[in-house]
Design a protein around this ligand. Sequence first.
Ligand code: FES
Length: 175
Amino acid sequence: MGSCDASPGQAAAPGAGGSAPVLALEVNGRAVSVSVSREATLLHVLRNDLGLNGPKYGCGLGQCGACTVHVDGVAARACVIPAHGVAGRCITTLEGLGSRHGFHPVQQAFERAQAAQCGYCLNGMVMQAAALLAREARPSPARIRAELSGNLCRCGTHIEILRAVEDAAARLASA
Ligand code: FES
């Protein structure tokens, strides 16, 4: 998913009449083009222009992780990324993490572990964990804990979340 070879876009000059500049991205494997202001964040574009509500608005300051997406496969906080700053890049949201045929192994593990309470943090937890497991096959429990330490959860499922990531790592490694 996300080859990023579909005519990556630079922000174009404002259109006639001073309309917002056009931004071209690849989102969840699909080339998209939207007209957005230079001040718009990536989170705003994903949620408000593209209708992708997997990434959540939490703090808006890059501190809670609820808005986490992947930019070229790396976990990033969409609430503090200027949308035009990632023109032409590959963006993956929670909606694009799995496939048509099934959830991503991390999503499956979270479901098996019942690792949700209110669910608001889950987008960030899943996206952060998936990015970790894409670059490290078998992270230690301490490594998983450190990786997710910047993703805040105000409920009480921390143990289940950590178990889910360990479970996903084990299954991915043995696949
Ligand atoms: Fe982006 Fe909190 S909403 S880090």
